[in-house]
Design a protein around this ligand. Structure first.
Ligand SMILES: NC(=O)c1cnc(N)c2cc(Br)sc12
Length: 315
């Protein structure tokens, strides 16, 4: 087999195995087989650098060391959410939404609020070309090479034109514990929490460091897409069909009573999650209703973040 054909065959296999292992949680080959193939591809790309492509699975192990991060202006601002701290806040939000829409019932999508780092991913004709932090909402930092090391971020998707998606990069609790054990053994300062560990890992100028931090991501919004959907929940399903990892705990609730029930359930269940969450995001599901409600200066009128009470720190 010619080198070019072998490289193509290796890339196809590794992309398939990567998706099975990291996104579907259903590996069809053992890690040893994945490692054997990725080492073979690294060797061939070193011997034939002209055959290495930006979407090669070998970028997952990192390589580029930057001098600094370049600033990136977001095409559409990455807004923050208004907060709700109790049931009264949630019911006031529901009343405002119903009043503005002139409706007596409004379906909401409830999603776990991941305690990580908000990022934006841009794809041009299906190729992952730009990854950026939220920054101040208008301008973030280009962390593309670090985000390429997150195995659940597809390097290529089946979407023409420009696609920009948003999500939360995070460090699973188990990875956080292991990382801090290693840092303590090396007399390094441990990270205070998984959120800081994820942010610190994605702000590394050497992507080989980020590649070892076992980061993950949940995508939860579309900034720009080559398709239009009528409901936010339909956009999330669209992201899944493209191969993005979304959070499967989301539920469409037909009333604020059901939203409050969802929040009560997850207030207790959150301790068993393999990642940290700091609240529940509640969004009006209908896109036309979202457009009718619009935005305040800094956040959407069609969404709110219920924040869990700060946990008692037992000293
Ligand atoms: N599912 C979601 O919409 C979601 C999850 N986790 C988060 N940290 C955030 C932040 C914003 Br802003 S939205 C959102």
């Amino acid at each position: 087999m010619e080198v070019k054909e072998e490289i193509q065959a290796l890339k196809e296999k590794l992309v398939k195995y990567n998706h099975e292992y990291y996104v579907l949680d259903q590996p069809s080959v053992p890690d040893s087989e994945y490692d054997r193939l990725i080492q073979r591809l690294i060797k061939l790309e070193e011997e034939h650098p002209e055959l290495k492509t930006a979407d090669s699975p070998t970028v997952r192990v990192g390589g580029k060391v930057l001098d600094a991060f370049i600033k990136v202006d977001h095409q559409t601002p990455m807004l923050s959410l208004g907060n709700a701290f109790n049931e009264a806040d949630l019911r006031a939000f529901d009343a405002r939404v119903k009043e503005a829409l002139g409706k007596t019932a409004v379906p909401y999508v409830c999603e776990l609020k991941i305690d990580g780092l908000a990022v934006s991913l841009t794809y041009e004709d299906g190729q992952f070309t730009l990854g950026a932090t939220r920054g101040d909402g208008s301008t973030g930092e280009n962390i593309t090479e670090n985000l390429k090391t997150i195995r659940t971020i597809p390097l290529k998707v089946d979407a023409t034109g420009r696609l920009e998606v948003r999500g939360e990069a995070f460090m699973p609790k188990a990875s956080f514990e292991k990382l801090n054990e290693a840092r303590l053994e090396n007399d390094e300062e441990p990270f205070a929490n998984p959120r800081n560990a994820a942010a610190g890992s994605l702000r590394q100028l050497d992507s080989k460091v980020a590649a070892k931090r076992n980061l993950d991501i949940f995508l939860y919004a579309v900034g720009e897409a080559p398709v239009e959907k009528e409901a936010h929940s339909a956009y999330l399903t669209y992201l899944e069909t493209l191969g993005f990892k979304t959070n499967k705990e989301r539920e469409v609730c037909q009333s604020m009573d059901d939203v409050i029930d969802y929040i009560h359930r997850w207030t207790t269940k959150r301790a068993n999650l393999s990642y940290e969450i700091d609240g529940i995001v509640v969004k009006v599901d209908d896109i036309a209703a979202q457009q009718q409600l619009g935005f305040t200066a800094k956040s959407p009128r069609w969404a709110i973040a219920y924040k869990f009470p700060a946990e008692e720190v037992v000293t």
